[in-house]
Write a protein that binds this ligand. Structure first.
Ligand SMILES: [Zn+2]
Ligand SMILES: [Zn+2]
Length: 262
């Protein structure tokens, strides 16, 4: 039982009732991530056949996954932590699993499935995040939706990305919009896993959009609640496409992380 900060369109921002245990990322996890002993951060990626992440290089000849890596780096650099990041860049560094033929995934099913793949617990020196790309939509318990792009399961290091929903962002798998949209979703969900906004990391300057869960009131920040799957995300992505790789977390979100005291 977990709260999830479902990331998608407006109708699914609020966690469905009755599926909460952890309200946010745990202090236990955050104290490890932001502790003085932290040395290595691993992003482990698994994908269902037919739900492959966009990988390789973008049109600027930079790794597509460089956007996630750069943003995670920014989180730790702002704290003056020296951490080595292990972010896969190519499909060959990610693990495929067979088609599951599921129409929808409930949170509990995502957790169970991810744990079947292996979710190593983080230690004081090594943090592990497990990202699972699936086909099918998010099952809120009331309905199955294609408007949720991804979820970060609170109190865990598990993130799920709904590939069918990501594909709806653009005309084809070749479009920059879907590639940057997928990366922006990953950056957003990692933000939750890393404790923002008020998701285990306290807010310094008031920018917590409490009405929409653990989101940011700054519309130019990737943690803004609307930057999760609709027209606003598309506008947000245009900026990334024009500027190349960039820091997507707003300053207020970074300030919160900077101030976190394990
Ligand atoms: Zn979110
Ligand atoms: Zn923000």
């Amino acid at each position: 039982m977990l709260t999830l900060f479902s990331c998608g369109k407006t109708d699914v921002i609020a966690p469905p009732p009755g599926i909460e245990i952890n309200k946010s990322q745990t202090a236990e996890n955050l104290n490890k991530f932001y502790g003085t002993e932290m040395k290595n951060l691993y992003i482990r990626v698994f994908y269902e056949t037919g739900a492959e992440p966009y990988a390789g290089n973008n049109s600027r000849d930079q790794p597509v996954w460089g956007l996630l890596e750069q943003n995670i780096k920014q989180v730790f650099e702002t704290r003056n932590q020296t951490v080595t990041f292990h972010v896969p860049k190519n499909l060959s560094e990610m693990s495929e699993f067979p088609a599951q033929n599921k129409v929808g995934w409930r949170t509990s099913e995502l957790v169970q499935f991810a744990e079947g793949l292996g979710v190593p617990p983080s230690t004081n020196e090594t943090a592990y995040f497990t990202i699972v790309f699936v086909k099918g939509g998010f099952d809120t318990g009331q309905d199955i939706t294609n408007s949720v792009l991804g979820v970060s399961i609170a109190g865990t290091t598990i993130i799920a990305i709904f590939k069918d929903a990501i594909r709806l962002l653009g005309p084809s798998d070749q479009s920059l919009t879907v590639k940057f949209g997928e990366q922006a979703t990953l950056v957003h969900e990692m933000g939750h896993a890393l404790g923002i906004v008020a998701n285990g990391v306290n807010v310094v300057e008031d920018h917590h959009d409490e009405d929409h869960g653990s989101h940011c009131s700054n519309s130019s920040c990737v943690m803004y609640w609307m930057n999760e799957g609709n027209k606003d995300l598309l506008e947000f992505i245009q900026g990334i496409v024009q500027n190349g790789n960039a820091t997507l977390y707003g300053q207020q979100c970074l300030d919160d992380i900077k101030a976190y005291n394990p």
